[in-house]
Ligand binder design. Structure first.
Ligand code: ACO
Length: 300
């Protein structure tokens, strides 16, 4: 991606790390305050354009990465530039990777809710003309080193099929731990959580447990998908050859193929019966001994 300013001069390193301040890298001697403001504007332009290109590549209705969203979140963006483009002009940007820590409620292998705060992969894009050239891996590897995390410790916000293949190829990540939100975690996630995963007390009333975790793609909601527990995830992150139409649910991103197939009706009924009754419902049941079992269930 080229820009109407000198990207090479603006971003001296091959990979630039940007945080919510979107500051230009290291101040050069003699740089005036006005020049600094111009440089920041240029960085904001790069972030906005990268966000738009990523959204287009993922068929999202709106970008999930922009300068204003970067400024209002504690996310980190790794931007890869094309050093080889220097002789031809003013440099170019190859792509970016955006990460951030998020509080999530995730299920472990025994389907217990865990409150965790892992590093999440939020957005990832390599320019169409340069995909499958190893640039994605270069960026990802750099991020892993900088953030000091192992691939299986990450949570991925609704990964695309390309990203699932990428993770499988480069990091051998394949078996997922089924979740009720849009985040995908892989086997080994609970082995090395820093700080350690916090277990929620068992048997809390259903309303107290937040089965969804806020996704960056939440604001893109366009359609409604059945709520938990109808939307349980498959075990393997194997991408489908023909993904079903995109949809969404609370805390979900609409534009990635649904990760959870519908559960059979019997399983749903069993799950609902397992839900503890609300205290008000308990009170009603206690004061209405003549109510039929069907009515009682409906009251619940
Ligand atoms: N089809 C299938 N697999 C692909 C494709 C593709 N078109 N592109 C990349 N991959 C996977 C494959 O495993 C591939 O290995 P292979 O060529 O041997 O099959 C591997 O990635 C290539 O690795 P890199 O070259 O290091 O990756 P790349 O530079 O292409 O970057 C990325 C990967 C970022 C997923 C890139 O393909 C891309 O920008 N795709 C479009 C946007 C996208 O889907 N981003 C992820 C959104 S989800 C999120 O951000 C949470």
């Amino acid at each position: 991606m080229e820009f109407p300013f000198d990207v090479d001069a603006l971003l001296p390193e091959r990979i630039t790390v940007l945080d919510q301040h979107l500051r230009p890298p290291a101040r050069r001697p003699g740089t005036t305050a006005t020049a600094r403001v111009d440089q920041q504007q240029q960085i904001m332009t790069i972030v906005d354009e990268l966000g738009k290109a990523s959204a287009k590549a993922q068929h999202l209705p709106a970008p999930i990465t922009s300068a204003s969203r970067m400024q209002s979140n504690r996310h980190v963006m790794y931007v890869l530039k094309d050093t080889s483009a220097r002789p031809t002009g003013r440099g170019a940007i190859i792509g970016f990777l955006k990460v951030g820590y998020k509080k999530l409620f995730v299920l472990d292998d025994r389907e217990a809710h865990n409150e965790v705060e892992p590093l999440c992969i939020l957005d990832f894009y390599i320019h169409e003309s340069l995909q499958r050239h190893g640039h994605g891996q270069e960026l990802f590897q750099y991020m892993l080193q900088k953030e000091r995390v192992e691939p299986h410790q990450l949570a991925i916000d609704r990964p695309s099929q390309k990203l699932l293949k990428f993770l499988n190829k480069h990091y051998n990540l394949e078996t997922t731990v089924p979740q009720v939100n849009n985040f995908v975690i892989f086997e080994g996630f609970f082995a090395h959580q820093h700080p350690p995963a916090r277990k929620l007390p068992p048997k809390r009333a259903e309303g107290d447990i937040k089965p969804y975790s806020s996704s960056d793609r939440e604001f893109l909601k366009v359609a409604v998908e059945p709520p938990w527990p109808l939307n349980r995830a498959p075990r393997r992150a194997t991408p489908q050859a023909h993904p079903p139409p995109r949809s969404s649910s609370l805390g979900n991103s609409p534009e990635r193929g649904p990760l959870r197939p519908f559960v059979p009706e019997q399983e749903l009924l069993r799950s609902l019966r397992l839900c503890p009754p609300h205290p008000t419902a308990r009170l009603l049941l206690a004061t209405d001994p003549g109510g039929s079992p069907t009515q009682r269930r409906r009251t619940r």
